[in-house]
Design a binder for this molecule. Sequence first.
Ligand SMILES: Cc1cc2nc3c(=O)[nH]c(=O)nc-3n(C[C@H](O)[C@H](O)[C@H](O)COP(=O)(O)OP(=O)(O)OC[C@H]3O[C@@H](n4cnc5c(N)ncnc54)[C@H](O)[C@@H]3O)c2cc1C
Length: 470
Amino acid sequence: MSKQQNILVIGAGLCGSLLALRLGQRGYQVTVMEKRPDLRKVDISAGRSINLAFSNRGNKAMKMVGLEAKVKALCIPMNGRMIHDKEGNTYLSNYSGRDYEYINSISRGGLNALLLDEAEKHGNVNIHFNKKCKLIDFEKTTAQFYDYKSKTDFVEDADIIIATDGAGSVLRKNYYLGKKFLFSFSQDYLTHGYKELSILPTDTGDYKTYKNALHIWPRGDFMVIALPNLDGSFTVTLFLSYDEGEYNFNNLSTPKMVTEFFKKEFPDALALMPNLVDDFFDNPTAPLGTVKCSPWHYKGNTLLMGDSAHAIVPFYGQGMNASFEDVVEFDKVLEASKQPTNKQDWENIFKIYESNRKKDTDAIADLAVDNFHEMKDHVNNDLFREKRNLEMALEKNFPKAYSSKYSLVTFNEHIGYREAMLKGRAQDKAILNMLADHEIDLNGDLKHILDKIITETQEILNEDKIAGLK
Ligand SMILES: Cc1cc2nc3c(=O)[nH]c(=O)nc-3n(C[C@H](O)[C@H](O)[C@H](O)COP(=O)(O)OP(=O)(O)OC[C@H]3O[C@@H](n4cnc5c(N)ncnc54)[C@H](O)[C@@H]3O)c2cc1C
């Protein structure tokens, strides 16, 4: 096996197109098969999350492939959460006390198109559209496809196959149904689903509300969020239970009920959304879930990457960022290995990659579920706000000494998600306990407060270590 041999990538979404680009840069012969038409030529609505929060871990991957500047041009900075209460009052809570730490809103289609363009600049990368993978024989390293244009099936042979075919992965299904090895798999749905809506630009193309924030209307059991687009619009997402509560996706069945729900719960958003009813009934309601599985690879033949290996709920804004970070981590293992020349070499690479990476994707999966509760509820809670304000002051005054859990996860791309989770959770526990027990005088000396938090956090981490959590 030489570098000239073929790597088959299944799925040209965000992860697959970045992976193809990186492997292309490394000189491998890469074939990519995507089931949908080319999004650069046909106007296919992404179907889900038209825009996404893009942050440091994703940017680390863009730096790796030399695309940081081009991606920046697609980004709208969001410095914090703009929280809207029922009376229409707003409150901006920055993501960090450090001015240079913020997240970005980016178009899924725009970013995907850029990655495809860049991947195709490499003569050794070939991307084919309208080819749906039906089956993967992970023993023979072959995949069967259906060509939507010619309406025929064909089989593709490869040296290795990497499946980046998203949350509903065919390879993962084949691992599970194949029953040829011990494959563990879990899928947990939230009771809530989501629906995309929109706030259109003004007649002059301006933003109808503040541009540089991620807007949240938290209402305890449900919420609405909005992220800005470059054209002056916002993509709005309603997260709501399917069947619980006074209003839910199952009973919001008439324009009158939808309008009544928004009038009661989100009056200021409704005022910006004359198109609400049309959007509500035109757009699908989709479920949200977490997928964990192991192993990600079969021998040195096949590998899962991105959402196919670890789909997560979107509340930390990290699914795409984590999938991009997968490519960085995989690339590091490739870099450190001698050039793979046989199946055993690939198996070693896949093994090292999974053992380095899985603990981190498990951690972000759990953090994302925690953040669901934080966003829809806790952001409205007084203790939580006190904690956020304190953390903001600590980050501002001691930029090198303190990072909140959110900062550790989102802006500290040099540490893994698991380390960020353990430290961040211990800090949260320390601060919330001390605030609840009035052990912190918020008007007192900030350095003294910082020292207390560091000591208490360390004690919690030591206890966790003894309890075997670390
Ligand atoms: C509502 C929502 C909001 C989100 N918000 C954020 C956010 O703010 N920030 C963030 O970082 N992440 C976010 N995410 C997560 C993010 O969308 C995913 O983590 C990311 O898209 C994963 O990339 P991927 O390439 O692994 O999978 P996908 O993007 O799903 O791409 C998979 C590709 O494979 C193709 N494919 C599927 N099956 C086949 C087949 N059988 N044959 C051939 N091709 C196939 C698909 O057409 C697609 O092009 C959000 C997700 C949702 C649902």
